[in-house]
Design a protein around this ligand. Sequence first.
Ligand code: ADP
Length: 402
Amino acid sequence: MDLRHADLFEISPISILCEDWSGVKRAIDAVIAGGVEDFDRFLDDNPQFFFDVRRFHRILDANRSALDLLGFRDKETFLEESRLRLPANPASNAQVFKAMVRGDTVCQGERVLHTKDGRVVPILWRASLPAGPADPDAYSRLYFFAVDVSELKRVQDALMAAQANLSHAGRLSLVGELAASLTHEVSQPLVSIASHAAAATRWLSRQPPNLDEVATSLNRITVSTQHAVRIVGKMRSFARRGELVTEPMTPQDCIADAVTLVEHEAYRQKTRIAVDVPPHLPTIVGDRTQIQQVIVNIAYNAIQAMQAAKSPERRIAIDASADDGEAVTFTVADTGPGIPDELLARVFQPFFSTKEEGMGLGLSICKTIVEEHGGKLWAANGPQGAILSFSLPVASAQPATL
Ligand code: ADP
């Protein structure tokens, strides 16, 4: 660095770290030379790799702004302590590792810094990497630029919270409407069920019991029950609202859009979302918004379940697969408490909820949506938490009505 560059480095308002990654590059090259073909999977399967390569990584220099950002008074202390820093954020490191393997020339991301003086600062970071299948020495001076985005995040959080409150208010007024209408409409068949049941009991307790009358009463109970079921069914379609607007879409896009909608809540609840969708899955046809709503609802339930159970590890894995070429199965697995076996079938019933403020309509609406698309929705427990899955027929297998 000549003097002018050195000055710019020092006084830049952007935080800059100069780091030596050549040893890390050599270690990665050795792994690949050792026959590893899927490096991403290797990283997932070998989390200790981050700790193994820690000793090869060096921070060479940091400018004033970076020291301020990281909460250090003097550069010497920072450089001394910085040897402990590489594994601090395996997710960010993994991004750099993967970019090196792909030969990308730029690598960037978002992460949260835990500073020396105890602050938690969200940052955006970016680094330029050598072009092409570079010689490890080309990685001996990488510059990492970081910008503190706390203010931006605060504004974003306030906006998101306002949005969430609005939609919650919308849901609450919907519950109010539903509850009022439900009480009114369902009370009539319920009263009649109760009186026919009382009559049946009376006919039964006669000496001898009048079984013809008992049968008539039971018949009336069945009719009234069916009436009540129809009313609840009408409510569900009311809650779902809107017309079906069908279009072809890839399962990838569907998941990606839904993930965007829950990302903020996941971030707030310290939940990691991992998507694993193989390429070239068949196209499905359906109402994009409604299918997204299904994934969003299921993911929200997962986030809430893990939060309520204070699960130490909070992860949602969203996968899709084309089992037999006829249908695509979407799976949302979490690391929460799971669903008690005796409740597995009940979670899809309208108004079934174990939450204090739950409406108990989410999964029943999801089921209606999936079934209207010609698919199936079911719940199970995995080794770590609940697994909600739904299948949708692939485009060519769609019934003509959709
Ligand atoms: P609500 O979210 O209003 O309770 P839902 O129909 O979406 O209504 O869910 C019904 C119930 O299913 C929840 O109250 C909860 O008991 C259970 N449930 C749903 N998803 C999960 C999950 N991922 N883990 C544990 N329980 C779940």
